[in-house]
Structure formats: C-alpha cells, structure tokens
Ligand binder design. Structure first.
Ligand SMILES: [Zn+2]
Length: 74
C-alpha cells in the first residue's frame, strides 16, 4: 500500500502573511492573507498538499515510513 507523505510547513514568518490584502488562493481560490515563498496568494494547506503530492510523485508513491528508535531488547 502506498504511503502518502504528510508535509507541515512553518509559515510563521511575516513573508507568509499579508495583512493588507486578501486575494484568492492560486490553488483553491479561497480568499486568503497567506502567501507562498514566491509571494503568491496560497493557503498553507494547499502548499502543503502540493509538496506532499510532489514527494509522492518523486518516490513513485513509495515513501518510507518514519523510523522509530528501537528499544534495546533485554
Ligand atoms: Zn488554497
């Protein structure tokens, strides 16, 4: 079963928020104050979905599961 990557962007920086203008997101057309790294209107969730889809494409849908530290066996 292919695994879908989950992407979480840190958009805390001021470059990702335009308090002066709400415009339609370039992906879903919902009006937003959020901006992508190129300054285009984009919801954070839309940007995260796009990157997750790109990652899935790059890996052919085979994204390795997170690795957890193993507890040493007694
Ligand atoms: Zn959107």
């Amino acid at each position: 079963m292919p695994l879908a990557p989950r992407v979480r962007l840190n958009w805390d920086g001021p470059e990702h928020y335009d308090p002066t203008q709400k415009v339609p997101c370039r992906a879903c057309e919902t009006v937003t104050n959020m901006r992508d790294r190129n300054g285009r209107a984009c919801c954070q969730t839309c940007a995260e979905r796009e990157i997750a889809a790109e990652l899935a494409d790059l890996t052919g849908g085979r994204v390795p599961a997170e690795l957890y530290a193993r507890t040493p066996q007694p």
